[in-house]
Write a protein that binds this ligand. Sequence first.
Ligand code: HEM
Length: 514
Amino acid sequence: MALYIAKREGFESKEDMGLLIIIISLMGVVWFWYKMKKMMRKEDIGINKSGGSGGGGVVPKGNLGWPFIGETLHFIASGYSSQPVSFMDKRKLLHGKVFKTHLLGTPIIVSTDPDVNKVVLQNHGNTFIPAYPKSITELLGEHSILQMNGNLQKRLHALIAGFLRSPQFKTRITAHIKSSVVSTLGSWQHMQVLLVQEETKKITFEVLVKVLMSVGPGEDLEFLKREFQEFIKGLICLPIKFPGTRLYKSLKAKERLLKVVKKIVEDRKLAMEEETDEKSMAKDAVDVLLRDSSEEPSSDQIKQSLPLDFISGNIIEMMIPGEDTVPMAMTLAVKFLSDCPVALQQLMEENMELKKQKKECGEDYSWTDYLSLPFTQNVISETLRMANIINGVWRKALKDIDIKGYLIPKGWCVLTSFISVHMDEENYENPYLFEPWRWEKIGAAANNNSFTPFGGGQRLCPGLELSRLEISIFLHHLVTTYRWVAQEDEIIYFPTVKMKKKLPIKVTPLCNYQ
Ligand code: HEM
């Protein structure tokens, strides 16, 4: 999960890149010292000198690289190239699908093996915990769903996932997503050139804030947008906290956010206490968490109320995984479709047919309409496979664990590399080609270990279905409203997937063609 967050800040200029390398190297030095001190204590690692654990498995082969910086610079350089998996591919050839290396200041075992990734993600026996750099842990707070473990994480996860998956929620949110998409697309009519990466963010932030706390367009939304941007700037920075530093400014922004969100939560709690209709449906994540606290405990467990501070903090922290991922998936769908006119044509025909049907019967769209178009769903799966918005997650082993004969020693980090699995010829023929048609054959394999854009196991993204719905609605209205010409642009994969120029396009209304 660490990379999830670490990869969300964009560094678009060369100076930014240089700065990032310096920062990471410095962090590496500090972190390496810290790790070395820990590693000296043999019992912390739990392996003997020959690398065995006594359990049969062996520590994967590999190279720890240079003192202090390990192989970090190669890792970053490949992220900036058009072949972001070249770092993994090279080591896979030398050492096998699971290898050890040293990245961003920590010795780490990298897995490009879907079966090993599955075991790590399932996390039976709670062997693994999320691993984050210090700046991220500072900003998240220990009670964030993103870094908490055990029963509370499971409870929170189940509550949010259950709510976001429910048909009642999808029915309601579909109307909001549609209205946000249609109004944003409407504003494109008079733009000479627009940046897809920016425009899609407008849609998805509005939807996210609606989903979490029912804040609609207006001053509060603008405030949340502004302060949240300030807050997330600190997710990747030096972990130094005094006035003027990046981390300090981000923590201050979080305080301001918390004040506003806490007020929303408190008001809602008051309203809930006065409410007479006990069976009314939760309208957002705040409601879901408040209601859980007020429910009667079941016979076999004493359920403690979730404190209001805990709820407010988690609402803010849940904005992190939702904020940048969906607009990037939308942007990359536009990019891949621009480069593949045959797929775009088929997508347009399928969606035009739905639009025609809806016009004829005079009904509004339901969420099932949007998700019923098979080629559109294949376009989305193929986009997610190639986009690798979350290219892998980081975990730390709490004890020695043997997976498929590989020993992951206690205290070591593991990176489950989704991007390597998605771009591996063994799993996908011509992996670098955008081929939505491949999903007609793969079909059910969308659920297998080789397709994990949303992670898996215990922490499988609760926003999975919402994300697919948002992208479907966006694509439907885009391809049935406009044609577009995209300017030359490049995908950058480090530290987060981004378009170098934010994907500029020029649109022409479709009615001009009819
Ligand atoms: C294309 C869009 C998205 C992608 C690719 C994505 C991907 C992921 C992945 C890979 C994880 C697992 C992280 C881990 O195992 O540590 C995750 C977790 C999570 N995602 Fe998403 N996500 C997306 C959209 C969203 C949205 C829209 C929301 C919120 C409404 C959301 C909320 C969360 C939360 C709360 C978690 C943490 C779950 C837990 O640790 O129990 N995500 N996401």
